[in-house]
Design a binder for this molecule. Structure first.
Ligand SMILES: C[S@@+](CC[C@H](N)C(=O)[O-])C[C@H]1O[C@@H](n2cnc3c(N)ncnc32)[C@H](O)[C@@H]1O
Length: 334
């Protein structure tokens, strides 16, 4: 379906049945005043004060369930990026019923809603599972996120391309009897707390280039998946995924939360882009793996690895102590 736009006699376009190419200074009031939007709640929240996270809890991984994140105050996180457990029999998966599984995610995302600043984004990477029938996790998550109070902003189809093409579960080969679809994509569902935008505060900067902005605002992203073996975790996403979201939705020095941190890919992407991270994972083995990987990232990439407070010791819950770099900060950042 195409909702067209047409050029107005003023300096912009507006909603119209037949249109022109592109939009600029667009007046969409006709579209939003239509009946379709009548029962959709308005979501402009009061701009609440951003609370500060105690330094001892910044750039830290908590080895515990994220359904209670009492370490984090309300309205304190700028961006959440996560890929939840899939409940499909991976090492860390419990064998939950669909209702129990939805309840687990609901509780965690409710906590995310509490800790997210007004205007902050929550991005959920999810794939659907099964064929008999196909279980549309993405659709359940959208329903539950909206129930929690999130404002849906869009969805990105992550085309995993050739890296996802190896399944031979064709169903009936070359026959209409019963062919099966083979997913080569996952979703990244994008929500915000309120429909508010954000203003960078003093010392915070955008870091996205023009080319990246033009590419990352498209709703289909193509890059390969991450080998599980190479990382040592059964379901890591590639750092490309959090890197894109971080560049698109945060300023330098912002705080990025991953409530299902796994191998630490979100933390690594945050460090590489001069953002802070906070992670949770319930599994001690993965906490330790993430810590080791973060530590390696810090020691290998002096120029890239920046932690908010240069004097700070990055002490991890599982026993690792990582000292941050002290000499690699651009002046504008410190
Ligand atoms: C799909 S993996 C995340 C992978 C991660 N994105 C990465 O790139 O490595 C989901 C993770 O959630 C963790 N997990 C499961 N239940 C949890 C809970 N209640 N609280 C926190 N973490 C949990 C699992 O241990 C697992 O590492």
């Amino acid at each position: 379906m195409v909702i067209a736009t047409r050029k107005t006699t003023h300096n912009g376009t507006k909603t119209s049945s037949f249109g022109c190419n592109g939009r600029f200074g667009h007046d969409s009031s006709k579209f939003y005043s239509g009946k379709m939007y009548t029962n959709i709640p308005k979501n402009n929240l009061e701009n609440a004060i951003e609370n500060t996270i105690p330094t001892k809890n910044l750039n830290k991984l908590f080895c515990k369930s994220s359904d209670k994140m009492e370490e984090l105050p309300d309205n304190s996180i700028h961006l959440m990026i996560t890929s939840p457990p899939y409940n499909v029999g991976k090492e860390y998966d419990e064998n939950l019923s669909l209702d129990e599984y939805r309840k687990l995610l609901y509780n965690v995302f409710k906590e995310v809603f509490r800790v997210l600043i007004v205007g902050g984004r929550a991005c959920v990477n999810i794939a659907n599972v099964g064929r008999k029938p196909y279980i549309p996790f993405h659709s359940f998550i959208i329903e539950d996120m909206i129930k929690i109070g999130f404002f849906m902003r869009g969805e990105i189809i992550w085309n995993k391309g050739a890296s996802a093409g190896s399944s031979t579960a064709w169903g009936s080969w070359k026959s209409a009897t019963n062919p099966t679809l083979r997913d080569v994509h996952e979703y990244i569902l994008v929500f915000s707390k309120g429909d508010n935008g954000r203003k960078p505060s003093l010392g915070k900067e955008d870091t996205i280039t023009k080319e990246e902005f033009m590419e990352f605002t498209k709703s289909i992203w193509t890059f390969p998946s991450q080998s599980a073996k190479a990382i040592g975790h059964p379901a890591p996403f590639p750092t490309e995924l959090p890197l894109r979201l971080i560049k698109l939705y945060t300023f330098t020095n912002d705080i990025v939360l991953d409530p299902f941190m796994g191998s630490g890919q979100t933390a690594i992407a945050a460090l590489q882009t001069k953002r802070n991270f906070i992670g949770y994972d319930i599994d001690k083995t993965y906490c330790k793996l993430a810590e080791e990987r973060i530590k390696k990232e810090c020691s290998q990439t002096t120029l890239k690895c920046v932690i908010a407070n240069p004097q700070k010791i990055l002490d991890m819950n599982c026993g690792f102590v990582i000292r941050s770099q002290t000499k690699s900060y651009p002046d504008s950042f410190v």
